[in-house]
Design a protein around this ligand. Structure first.
Ligand code: PGA
Length: 239
């Protein structure tokens, strides 16, 4: 099956730069996730191209009195297909918990979006040797009561927090070790969802190490942060 490459631009680019990068990415077989503000303009800029549109978050409701939030239904209408949910930066810096992430997954699915649920352990968890228990718990909480009709309705991204490029002293996980965690996540997700979903890897992926990750059978694709902001670097990852 084809590998899935998703670019997470985070809040790194000014509006004009998002548009410029989106135009460059038009022909790539990938999903780009700009910030909410530039989504509409990016949707226009990539129309007719090959690249698909994703969002970095969505509201836990379709329509509600929720100041500052963006409706998953409106994202879908704009042409958004994938939505990153539960990213560790939101969990850690904005205190987003599993209850809200679970509600966002439900709302995204109801709107016809494909949630990309992020899970990953902190360095302390890894040091304590309890990564599997921690990730299993994150999966059970976020996916509680979630029903999907097809295995393609939801993706999981495994992103060990200590491997994300913006974290101090970050280093990528070895592809073979990532594949081992993916096998575990696949089994756990199957127990919860009764379906086998696809699992992406994220954390300091660059053009030099991307082929080694993608060569692993257990790794169905990549969620790319910093390296997706540089067009030639991201193009190299996609090809
Ligand atoms: P990184 O970010 O590729 O810069 O490590 C990945 C992510 O946070 O999604």
């Amino acid at each position: 099956m084809k590998k899935i490459i998703i670019a997470n631009w985070k809040m790194k680019l000014p509006y004009a730069d998002s548009l410029k990068l989106a135009r460059s990415c038009r022909r790539l077989e990938a999903v780009i996730c700009p910030d909410h503000l530039s989504l509409a303009a990016v949707a226009g800029a990539i129309k007719g191209g090959r690249v698909r549109l994703g969002a970095q978050d969505c509201a836990p409701e379709e329509r509600a009195a929720l100041t500052g939030e963006v409706s998953p239904a409106d994202l879908r209408k704009l042409g958004v297909r994938h939505v990153i949910l539960g990213h560790s930066e939101r969990r850690q810096q904005l205190h987003e918990n599993s209850i809200i992430i679970n509600r966002k997954i439900q709302a995204a699915l109801a709107a016809g979006l494909i949630p990309v649920l992020c899970v990953g352990e902190k360095a302390e968890v890894k040091r304590a040797g309890i990564t599997a228990e921690y990730i299993g718990d994150e999966l059970r909480r976020a996916l509680k009561g979630i029903k999907i009709a097809s295995p393609h309705d939801l993706l999981i991204a495994y992103e060990p927090i200590w491997a994300i490029s913006t974290v101090r002293k970050a280093k990528p996980l070895a592809p073979a070790a990532a594949a081992q965690m993916h096998a575990f996540i696949r089994r756990e997700a199957k127990k919860i969802l009764s379906r086998e979903v696809r699992i992406l890897y994220g954390g300091s992926v660059r053009s030099e190490n991307a082929p080694a990750f993608l060569a692993e059978k257990e790794i169905d694709g990549l969620l790319v942060g910093a390296a997706s902001l540089d067009y030639s670097e991201f193009k190299a990852i996609c090809s």
